[in-house]
Design a protein around this ligand. Structure first.
Ligand code: DAH
Length: 340
């Protein structure tokens, strides 16, 4: 009997199973009611009394060993099972980390959403423009300082070709191509100015222009759209204030401030302790501009507005150095992960 126990003990070391079913079959074979161990227990009765002690010990050792081995096999099957559940065989073997949306894109998309809910479509125009679309058609006088070399990038061999300094040029393109009001568009895009690069100025930045032309459009319509935009963009309790201003292409013109959403209007370094931050220029489209684009100013009127995307992004995310937007530093970009 000792020899048989020894043989079974060696066998126990070699037991193997790949599935929980195979483990169960082994358990039944060795430890089940009619299993090998129970058979041995039954035979134990016939062992001579002087051997009983030793055989008893060996038999118990065998039982424990088999139990341990079977438990081990069972545990191994379970972890394989769990891993199989975790792994997704459709996943690529070479995962590419997902990027994030650029903060300027986030804000631009949000502005587009807000304006499209108010019925505005999107219009686009070229970044390399001519003088007519950027200045002349927008009622800039020949000697207006904005045409100055310090502001505008000219192309040396073609003084008429410039990099657009504002998205207002797309107003002209939209009026020229759509011809008949109603025209209700926004134009998001990049603009260029000959500025020394610093934390607060850059040689390129981004704007969103809006233009609405129809019969009977009034300043009250403009004001309502501005208020609605400010509330949706910066929060329901945002206040707006309009200050008289001057732009060649609008008459009357205004600049809009919103209550500083960093300090809630109490005053902080960002709003220079005034509680207000300027975010856009606007006004009623000057009749000269309508006429220059072939729209009868005795029938139609309209409003226009233009805002800086960087400015709004600074306000929303408190970015205090404009250069961060174009450096492509992933540590900065990673801060703008949004849940989809
Ligand atoms: N184009 C102006 C700028 O770049 C912003 C602007 C002001 C646009 C008034 C408008 C407007 O449409 O009506 O500073």
């Amino acid at each position: 009997m000792i020899a048989l126990i020894k043989q079974l003990s060696d066998e126990a070391d070699l037991l193997a199973a790949g599935t929980p079913e195979e483990v169960e079959a082994l358990r039944i074979k060795y430890l089940g009611k009619k299993g090998v161990v129970n058979d041995l227990m039954a035979d134990f009765r016939n062992v001579a009394p002087e051997h009983k002690k030793e055989v008893g010990i060996r038999l118990n050792e065998l039982k424990t060993k088999l139990q341990n081995r079977i438990n081990e096999l069972k545990a191994a099957c379970e972890t394989v099972d769990a891993r199989a559940e975790e792994s997704d065989l459709t996943r690529t073997a070479y995962p590419t980390p997902l990027g994030t949306r650029h903060p300027l894109t986030l804000v631009r998309n949000e502005a587009i959403d807000i304006f499209s809910r108010m019925g505005f479509g999107i219009a686009e125009g070229p970044e390399i423009e001519d003088d007519w679309h950027v200045f002349s058609a927008l009622n800039f006088a020949e000697d207006h300082p904005a045409r100055d070399m310090q502001d505008t990038f000219f192309i040396e061999a073609h003084p008429d070709i410039i990099l657009r300094t504002h998205t207002s040029s797309v107003q002209v393109r939209a009026m020229e191509s759509m011809k008949k009001p109603p025209i209700r568009i926004i134009c998001p895009g990049r603009v260029y100015r000959n500025e020394a690069i610093s934390y607060r100025a850059h040689c390129f930045f981004h704007q969103i222009e809006a233009l609405y032309i129809d019969k009977g459009v009034s300043f009250a319509d403009l004001k309502q759209v501005l208020l609605q935009f400010a509330r949706e963009m910066f929060g329901a309790d945002t206040k707006i204030r309009l200050r008289p201003s001057y732009f060649p292409f609008t008459e009357p013109s205004a600049e809009m401030d919103i209550s500083c959403n960093i300090c809630g209007g109490k005053g902080c370094p960002f709003c220079k302790h005034t509680g207000w931050v300027e975010i856009l220029g606007c006004g009623m489209v000057d009749p000269n501009v309508l006429e220059a684009s072939g729209i009868d100013s005795s029938i139609y009127s309209g409003y226009a507005l233009g805002m800086g995307i960087e400015r709004m992004t600074n306000l929303k995310y408190q970015v205090n150095d404009l250069r961060l937007f174009s450096e492509n530093d992933v540590r900065f970009l990673r801060e703008f992960v949004v849940e989809n």
